[in-house]
Design a protein around this ligand. Structure first.
Ligand code: NAP
Length: 684
């Protein structure tokens, strides 16, 4: 029988012994075995830190982002072969789409995050913090990649998405990974890692893989590393207190099973679009991935007066579900990933039956198409119903990780909030309602116990991504039972693999360290004018101090005429009683426009365009007779990649525009964004 490989350092290594046999979930046929016996996991850590981490840390965020994009494009170009292997996990085409293309989508999303990051190996976090009266001492924060390894211990339900959503983030941060997929579906993860490895897109040592039990995997972690765990709360809690984790204060992100709830709003009575949407959503949540989603709806809460109507509508839909071999035409729901998992689900249903009764389906009998229900790990959707919602407890404690959900009733929104919290922390929750008051009451009161809340209604349904889909730019994780962890969420996730360090010193020193101009830092008068310099010739701190202009009443009247902004404080000197203004005040936008008139060097040159303002504050009123001047300072430079080879090579230059008056005080401050041509126009 084929033995899965472990990607150790840069080679594929088979573990010793027979290994754990892995089966096709549909046909029961043994397809491979997995073993980590004899694999030197300690050497994998060292290789990751020294070789993979070293290479990644030398790349900038832009380079790492482009690497992720290249990998995503490559995997997308050969995605069909992953679908073929994925059938053996019991997944339908749609289930595999979530796993495979959802995973690749995470790579794309993280690749795009590079646009929010600098072209450097580290990033600046937050704003400058003045710490002294005279301005010679301040503080800032930077984030740098950790010098260890991201160890990902994953659950069996998403063998591809589970890996890609995590490595996308650590690779963007500049940290290598060791992935340990759950053994039962590791054949699919291994298949994809072989493709990634042979593509040569990632630097050596940035991704290694162990397929098999690897119970010693955490024995080698230390203070440089980060561990993520996705799986059952029982295993997660055990691993979280591993001595190496505790002694070295290793960040441990726990994503565990959770009893996610879906609520039908009181307004969503039968006959409304929301009622139908809710039925459809619950049917999908119960049947997609055969209910093996950490986010799947386990508890359904419906107003008491509509519970029978809802049960009828849902069971009608569930009875139409064709179960069987996912490669057979017409099959909507495949199987669980294996017989052991099916046995687990059956025993969890038995516990749920202590306070609920089965109103649809059976844990032991199922009709299947194109397969043998005794051999494949099939199960019918099972709907339970609690008769006394206030007394039931098991339904808020036990997760049956399959096509299983329990229905219960509520009367007031506050009761739905309380019931949803009885799960003691979930990954996600949803409420289907068209009533803004209901949604507001529910979300504001329930949010503290749920990692994500979807509000579904007729207005967003067509484009909604659904209750069960974690998205790369939104956080995934939840409090309490859900593990208390948080991952993804765009840049928030990237920060989990980086050390945030507070830096204190003179502003000029902080400017040098951060490569961003900090207030109070030295400003070097630029010769020639900064608009005459190409991107490479500009230095952070280069400044142009402009000529001065004395503001007149005519300026204010003219600007009011041109802009049509006749706000009383600009045009009516008799209206100022009770305001902070002493006289007609100049428009803030006039001050900024006049500033541009003062700082712009008008002749054609390297500055291609001005494309916006990032921050802008009018800090002091400017009255006729005030004399203003501008200090224009290079604040930050970000080089840009060319989309097409024939594009002009250019970068973004952020300039601080500091407008001050005759007293030297700042009256307006803004950051303008310009695109500046590079000197070097040679092809990339
Ligand atoms: P599990 O039994 O807890 O296993 C999870 C992972 O931990 C597997 O890779 C497993 O490896 C590994 N593992 C178990 N014991 C270990 C040990 N002593 N040392 C090192 N690794 C160890 O969970 P599962 O049965 O695979 O997954 C199903 C559960 O995961 C469900 O309860 C589901 O709700 C939860 N889940 C949660 C999320 C989430 O994001 N919150 C996502 C998906 C699934 P082996 O396979 O080799 O045992």
């Amino acid at each position: 029988m084929k033995k899965l490989g472990n990607l150790v350092e840069d080679s594929w290594v088979e573990g010793n012994g027979a290994g754990t046999p892995l089966f096709n979930a549909i046909t029961g046929e043994a397809i491979a075995s997995a073993s980590t016996n004899g694999v030197d996991i300690g050497s994998m850590y060292e290789y990751a830190r020294s070789t993979g981490g070293y290479a990644l840390r030398r790349m900038t965020f832009q380079e790492r982002g482009r690497m992720l994009k290249k990998l995503a494009l490559h995997l997308h170009s050969c995605k069909d072969k992953f679908y073929k292997v994925s059938y053996a996990t019991g997944a339908t085409r749609i289930d595999s789409w979530i796993d495979i293309e959802g995973g690749i989508g995470n790579l794309f999303a993280n690749a795009s995050l590079r646009r929010k990051l600098p072209d450097s190996t580290f990033a600046v976090d937050g704003d400058f913090i003045p710490l002294s009266k005279e301005g010679s001492f301040g503080g800032h924060h930077i984030i740098v990649p950790k010098e260890g390894v991201a160890v990902h211990i994953n659950a069996y339900n998403f063998p591809i998405w589970g890996m890609l959503e995590k490595i996308a983030v650590n690779l963007l941060a500049g940290v290598p990974a060791i992935v340990k997929p759950a053994t039962v579906t590791s054949f699919l993860t291994e298949y994809m890692v072989r493709e990634i490895h042979s593509s040569g897109i990632l630097p050596k040592g940035s991704l290694q893989l162990v397929c098999g039990s690897a119970r010693d995997i955490l024995d080698f972690v230390d203070e440089r590393d980060v561990v993520t765990f996705t799986g059952s709360a029982t295993t997660g809690r055990k691993l979280k207190v591993h001595p190496q984790i505790v002694e070295n204060s290793v960040p441990f992100n726990l994503e565990a099973d959770s009893l996610n709830a879906a609520i039908l709003g009181p307004d969503a009575v039968p006959g409304t679009p929301e009622f139908d949407l809710f039925v459809k959503e619950i049917r999908n949540e119960m049947t997609v991935k055969c209910g093996q989603k950490c986010t799947a709806v386990r508890r359904i809460m419906v107003p008491e007066k509509h519970i029978d109507a809802f049960q009828d509508a849902l069971t009608t839909q569930l009875s139409k579900t064709v179960i069987g071999d996912p490669s057979v035409e017409g099959v909507r729901m495949g199987s669980l990933v294996g017989q052991t998992q099916r046995d687990d689900v059956r025993s969890q249903i038995a516990i749920l039956e202590e306070d609920a009764e089965i109103v649809f389906g059976s844990p032991n009998e199922v009709e299947v198409k194109g397969a043998d229900s005794n051999i494949g790990a099939f199960m019918s959707p099972v709907l339970l119903r609690v008769n006394n919602s206030s007394d039931a407890s098991k339904v808020h404690e036990v997760e049956a990780f399959g096509p299983v959900s329990t229905l219960m009733s509520y009367n007031e929104v506050s009761e739905a909030v309380a019931l949803s919290k009885k799960g003691r922390g979930s990954l996600c929750c949803s409420i289907t309602t068209h009533d803004k008051d209901v949604a507001t009451e529910f979300v504001r009161n329930a949010a503290c116990m749920h990692g994500r809340i979807l509000v579904l209604n007729r207005e967003c349904a067509r484009e909604s991504t659904g209750h069960g889909s974690p998205l790369p730019l939104l956080v995934h994780g939840g409090p309490g039972r859900a593990g208390g962890g948080e991952e993804m969420g765009g840049l928030r996730g990237v920060r989990h693999y980086m050390q945030r360090t507070a830096i204190q010193g003179h502003p000029s020193m902080l400017t040098a360290i951060t490569s961003q101009y900090q207030p109070g830092s030295i400003q070097v008068e630029s010769e020639p004018h900064v608009f005459r310099k190409h991107f490479e010739e500009l230095n952070v701190g280069d400044t142009v101090t402009t000529a001065k202009h004395t503001v007149t009443e005519a300026d204010i009247s003219n600007f009011a005429n041109v802009s049509g902004d006749n706000f009383y404080a600009h045009v009516d000197a008799t209206s100022l009683e009770g305001t902070i203004f002493e006289q007609r005040v100049a428009h803030g936008y006039f001050i900024l426009s006049k500033a541009a008139g003062l700082f712009v060097d008008p002749k054609k040159g390297p500055v291609l365009l001005n494309y916006g303002i990032e921050e802008c504050r009018f800090t002091k009123p400017v009255y006729p007779g005030s004399t203003i001047g501008v200090r224009l300072t290079v604040k930050e430079k970000i080089s840009q990649e060319r989309r097409e080879p024939e594009d002009v090579a250019k970068g973004i230059v952020k300039f601080q525009v500091d407008v001050y008056d005759e007293t030297g005080e700042t009256v307006a401050i803004a950051t303008i964004l310009t695109m500046v041509k590079m000197l070097d126009q040679s092809p990339d």
